[in-house]
Design a protein around this ligand. Sequence first.
Ligand code: KG4
Ligand code: ZN
Length: 351
Amino acid sequence: MLILGIETSCDETAAAVVEDGVKVLSNVVVSQIDIFAEYGGVIPEVAARNHLEVMMPVVDKALKDAGKTWGEIDAIAVTHTPGLLGSLLIGTLTARTLAILHKKPLYAVHHLKSHIYANWLIEESSIASEKSTLDFPLLALVVSGGHTQILRMEAHNHFEIIGTTRDDAVGECFDKVAKILGLPYPGGPAITKAAKDGDRNKYKLPKPNVEGLDFSFSGLKTAVLRAVQAELGLPISHPSHDLKNHLNKTQIADFAASFEKTAVDYLLNKLEKAYESNPETKSFVFAGGVSANELLRKEAEKRFNNVFFPEPKYSGDNGAMVAAAVYFEIKTGVQPIDPYKLNIMPRSKIS
Ligand code: KG4
Ligand code: ZN
């Protein structure tokens, strides 16, 4: 089965053709990172306008790269929630129109589900058995710019959220800490780069003590802010945007390294706790933009068996994961939706 996946929930315009939910025939991603690096974050209206400009060329290229025609596509999959309203509208309106025009069944899918299904994706040239040990029940740690959640999956398309952030997401925390340190957007890769020469134990940062399997990241961000002000001998009233002008290279590296270690430890400690209450877990999957983090990957391999990460190119937003998620939805009996009636739901829960 050939599915065309379309993704526009934030600042990537993406489309891909995937065969049977795993084999990626094409994967086209146009990122707006360069535009937003200048502003230190995404401006929703600007993101939507950029999606509009490149959406159709991206879809056309995905078909061309896959060597497929519209006649060969079996279904269209699109992200309909959660995300930026204007961005989601461009993707869903495109998918609806194409579904009507080419008479294809249309499926709308939750963005986090897609991030999790990025773990099933393989290159056309890879051997399918590489992923054969990805077994249920599994625990998924979803770590992105908007979400931090631990989910339990009993089977395909069966999700139970067992832990979630009470405030900021971990990716957002990376982005905000990077901003304090004067590092560019997106903060994740910039923090990793700066941390390379840093001392991970230089600054002791607290791991917010939240009950059960829930997280809190706003406290960690504030802890970094206070530690930077203390290090510089400045009062807590000193504006955060000015701190970067007082930090030297070593301090930036040490803060980046100490923060990265604390965030990764915090995530993995919670996942260990989730494993304690779910000892029958057979695999651990990581998903979302932060799952590209090298330290997280290295530490997770040390602490758990049967650990899966998406290939780095599929850990950020892309259309292939959308197509994969819909393939497994179809396998579990999910029906197409009426393209005339599809609504976007910017804040709905994974189901
Ligand atoms: O999943 P994603 O591409 O978009 C959302 O759905 O939110 O995640 C984006 C987030 C950003 O906050 C970015 O800083 C973070 O993922 N990120 C990373 C890394 N690469 C991207 N965080 C830590 N380490 C990385 N290597
Ligand atoms: Zn995402």
